[in-house]
Design a protein around this ligand. Structure first.
Ligand code: DON
Length: 353
């Protein structure tokens, strides 16, 4: 009897101890994914990636938008937000950078909230262009002319589709939607907007070409203006990771609990991200990383790990296709170390014999 109660006490002690010791090490995204790595594992891998790539000098800031050329190219921040609302950040996490093309994901999502996926597919499409993100040739060559919602032409067309009585009302709808995905109020970086608005003749040309093919659904220049504003929204790396985590969590913001994006729309959005999220770099990205992601010329990239969370990295220097060099390296490193590649059976826990 005495022995029995000693055993019981020992068992209770072990249970209490493991609960307290393992609490801070709980698995990231564990609520929804049985194979999520532990927080300690993720922290260690993110730290390794940060140290390994912080002095990487590859790439060059975008300069076709004058403001972006002046941003400190050494800025470097990483954030992970999980579907069970854990947050892990490292480096320059307070800096607010322009979201640029990453905005296109959330305008696509907003258009789908209003019209559903099939209408957006019909009006804009979902095919790779095999050309630069701002290509005029793609508009002229492709049967759909718009390509997909992530090249500039398709993104301007998507913005034109979103309904509103005035351009200001449309802009307010877009900003509100992005803010709900980020879990806090986002604002325009006015200098970025002014800098891009003064130099965006190429996008204006694209909008006129879309008009020629009847693939723009509101006033062309007004649509370019709202598009330019959406690209100039400021985000820090944690806000960006939370926007990604909202997608990872079936459209529900894991921090606020709000269902921002209809769950049934999420797979369509992720399909565009894997196919065109890094423009001409998308095939290589799918090959090496295997995660839906989106880049912006501001230096941000967000990658979504469905059911688990999202990782966002900010580092301004870009490669030839317009994707942040360091951000790609960090995400590839973390995804490979933690078995996040969606095309690998290991991502759902299958290990080789
Ligand atoms: O329209 C543009 O060119 C920019 N506002 C956005 C382009 C962009 O971010 C492409 N990214 N990789």
């Amino acid at each position: 009897m005495l022995r029995h109660s000693v055993y019981t006490k020992m068992l209770v002690a072990i249970l209490v101890l493991t609960t307290f010791v393992s609490a801070p090490l709980s698995a990231l995204g564990q609520k929804v994914s049985p194979v999520a790595p532990s927080r300690a594992q993720v922290e260690a891998v993110v730290r390794e990636a940060y140290e390994k790539f912080k002095n990487d000098t590859g790439g060059k800031n975008a300069d076709y938008i004058p403001y972006l050329a002046q941003v400190d190219s050494k800025l470097f921040g990483i954030a992970i937000v999980t579907t069970d609302n854990q947050v892990l950040t490292m480096g320059d996490i307070k800096y607010s950078f322009s979201i640029q093309s990453i905005s296109k994901v959330f305008s696509q999502a907003l258009a789908m909230e209003e019209f559903g996926p099939e209408k957006v597919f019909e009006k804009v499409g979902n095919e790779p262009t095999g050309r630069a993100f701002n290509s005029v040739f793609a508009v002229a060559d492709m049967p759909t002319h718009t390509g997909n919602p992530y090249v500039n032409a398709g993104a301007i067309s998507t913005v034109s589709l979103i309904s509103a009585k005035t351009a200001d009302e449309k802009w307010a709808r877009i900003l509100n939607f992005y803010s709900r995905a980020a879990g806090e109020k986002l604002t325009l970086i006015d200098e970025v907007y002014k800098s891009e608005a003064a130099t965006n003749t190429g996008n204006k040309a694209l909008s006129m070409l879309l008009a020629k093919y009847d693939r723009i659904y509101a006033d062309p220049f007004e649509s370019v203006d709202v598009y330019t504003r959406q690209c100039s929204v400021g985000v820090n790396v944690e806000q960006l990771a939370r926007m990604g985590a909202t997608l990872a969590n079936n459209g529900k913001n894991p921090t606020t609990g709000e269902q921002v994006i209809k769950a049934e729309n999420v797979p369509y959005i992720l399909s565009t991200m894997i196919m065109a999220g890094l423009y001409d770099g998308s095939g290589g990205w799918a090959w090496h990383v295997g995660l839906p992601a989106k880049s912006g010329v501001g230096g941000g990239i967000v990658a979504v790990v469905p059911g688990k969370g999202a990782i966002a990295v900010f580092a301004p220097p870009l490669d030839e296709a317009g994707n942040s060099v360091k951000a790609q390296k960090v995400i590839e490193y973390v995804a490979n170390k933690l078995d996040f590649n969606l095309f690998s059976p290991r991502s759902v826990g299958l290990k080789s014999e």
